[in-house]
Every structure is written in C-alpha cells, then in structure tokens.
Design a protein around this ligand. Sequence first.
Ligand SMILES: C[S@@+](CC[C@H](N)C(=O)[O-])C[C@H]1O[C@@H](n2cnc3c(N)ncnc32)[C@H](O)[C@@H]1O
Length: 279
Amino acid sequence: MREISVTASVRSLMDLLEQRTGQILSDGRMWRIEASLGPVLRARGFASLDALVDAIRNERGDALATEVVDALLNNETSFFRDPHIFEMIGRHLLPAAMERATVEGRGKTLRVWCAGCSSGQEAWSLAMLFLNGRTGWPEWKMEILATDISHSAIARARSGIVPQMEAQRGLPVSDMLRWMEPEGDHWRISPTLRDMVEFQVDNLFAPEAPRGTYDMILCRNVLLYFTAEKKQQLFAQLARHASPGGWLLLGAGETSIGLTADFSSCPEHRGAYRRSEAA
Ligand SMILES: C[S@@+](CC[C@H](N)C(=O)[O-])C[C@H]1O[C@@H](n2cnc3c(N)ncnc32)[C@H](O)[C@@H]1O
C-alpha cells in the first residue's frame, strides 16, 4: 500500500478527528485519510487536502468539519455481528437481567444502551433477539437507546431503510421476512422494531443522551482506536450509566481488564463484563 506522507494538512485532519472523537489514526491506518476524504473533495470541489483544511479553518459554522469527521470514522457493522455473543445475550444475559430487575422490584422493562451503534444494525439485532424470544418473557418490554457520534450513520439508522447488501450481512432470512418489508432495492425495518429503538447523535466522551442507568450496555468495536487513557475515561462514563450488576458487552479483541475496576469479566459468560455491585 502506498505510504501517505504526514503533511501539515494530514496532521491537522488527524488532530481534528482525535479532538472530536478520541479516535487515533495510527500510521497503519493513514490510508483512510485519502480513501475516505476522496468523495468529500470531489463533492465539494476541493483540489487537494490542503484546500480542504483551509476551508475547514475558514468556515463560519461547523458543517464541513462535521462532514469530514463523519467520513473518517469507521462505521463497519452488520446484523448479529459475532452471532455467539447474541446467542449468549438471549440465553443467559437477558434472563439474568430480568431476574435481577424482578428481585429489585423495578418493573418489567429492560433498558439497553447501544453506545457507538453505527447505522443501527446492532440495535435492530438486539430488538429482534428480544422479540423472537417473546414467548419466554411475554410480559417484558425492552427500550433501546442507540447513539453514535456520526451524523450520517444515525441518519441512516433513523431512516429505517437497509440496503439489500447490508440486509444480507448476518441477518437470517427468517428475520428479514419477519421484521422487514421489501421496498424497491431496499428493506424497511418494521414499525414494531422502530418503536423499541431511539437513535441519537452523541459523543461518548460528553454524552447527553443516556438517562439514568441501563441493564445492559453494548459498546462493541468502538474502543479499538482509543488510547488507554481514553478507554479509561470511557469506562468511567459507561460505569456511570450501568446499573449495579448490569452487563457490558465489548467487541472481540476489546477488554476492560487492566483499565477499570468498575467492570469485571465473567468467566461463565466469555465476552461479557459486569458492573461491580458497589456502583
Ligand atoms: C466499527 S463501528 C461499530 C458499530 C457496532 N457497535 C458494531 O460493533 O457493529 C464503531 C462506531 O463507533 C462510533 N464512534 C467512534 N468514536 C465515537 C465517539 N467518541 N462517540 C460516539 N461514537 C463513536 C463510530 O462513529 C462508529 O459508528
């Protein structure tokens, strides 16, 4: 792959991304700058990254900087990403959360936060999982708050429209037919699912959307590009919004071990972490 030289403009774009999102573009991911910003340069008629950076510096509002940050984010996602994790959630974590809420007399609604939800597939997967298991918990409801810093990802999620190619990634045909309606080349998420999920643009380092605490937080494949210090800040933030004994799900290759005492890994449920009781 061609090396990208770190010019003042490239450095300034990396700084913009880090200041806004906490994400670091390591040398190995520098190619993202040109690859991701090519469409922005073409659409806006800028001849070079230097011209783009000048325009960001001189703009009165924030629209161009927001568009550039959006373009630099990695929004990779799919339905039921890491299926064994969703299986564990359905079999063990949801029943345990219901049992706990019952013991604590908290009513029959589970509250979940998908933090860094991208274009919504993770939240829709969880909603489908919950509704598919309905016969096991007929009286329960689930409310999902799904947040991401990317305006374009949240706009796609809110539209409830999923392109055919994305619908095919990870979604069993039975779920596709049960929870989506065909619409031209796309699929439309059913109103039942849409009623369960609220999407918000929000920065994990200054979150405004979460209200109170959540029985389960999914923050998967978000931490990969944060420094250890940023990860610690993020765990402190997540801990504020996790109910005592609540679950935290991270992505494969992510861990809270060595970074926080607020969550501990669960030997019996690999990949799941639990908020300490002393919350
Ligand atoms: C690779 S996607 C993961 C999506 C989903 N959780 C999954 O595992 O499929 C990471 C998401 O984190 C979001 N993100 C990165 N930094 C963020 C921040 N500071 N606040 C909120 N979201 C952020 C990105 O916009 C992106 O959509």
